[in-house]
Design a protein around this ligand. Sequence first.
Ligand SMILES: N[C@@H](CCC(=O)N[C@@H](CS)C(=O)NCC(=O)O)C(=O)O
Length: 206
Amino acid sequence: MSLIFYYAPMSTASVTSLVLEELELKCEKIRVDLKKNETRTPEHLKLNPNGKVPLLVHDGTPLWESAAITMYLGELFGVEKGLYPAPGPKRGEAMKWIVWANVTLVEAVVRWAANTQGWWPEEQRNAKAGEAGKADMHGCLKILDSALADRAFLLHEYSLADTHLHSFMDWLRHMNVDFAPYENLNRWGEKCSSRPAYTRLMAQQG
Ligand SMILES: N[C@@H](CCC(=O)N[C@@H](CS)C(=O)NCC(=O)O)C(=O)O
């Protein structure tokens, strides 16, 4: 089997790095420099026309979109390892959270950060849209916090849905989002951070 993983540190590819580490999958890792536009070379664009990472090439098939990659790896390699549910309602719940993070949560985060954190040029920013994005982002965090009120992990047992969402929470913490109101989320985050795979990955990045 051949797995080639194109990544950049401190990017959405970190989600896939953590998923690969949880699954203990051996792969060839190719680091790209986003500042040098290395995702925009003809070679990279041939594999991912979006010009982005993460990009995973499995036995010659290029896969992009972190949510799709998590679900794909979970389905292929996670079920036997007890890290991804077999097809059925539990699988549906895992997919629900993974897609929610990439679509609903990220949409709100981008509205907040792009308008207020210097992601977009000044003339494209709108402070009120940024405030609305921030409120919606916190609305999402509240949903996640409430979902974790009666359980240790999203599906009760640890799964790649936790891996995926925990990595997104790391990104928000890095952006200094205030997590103080979210007791359940913080408790869950500590448990996720104490996973051997997370510790190994942090040490590698050290
Ligand atoms: N929706 C995509 C987002 C991927 C993405 O935005 N990647 C950024 C880094 S965080 C990137 O590669 N940017 C390079 C560029 O746009 O040139 C996913 O979840 O995989």
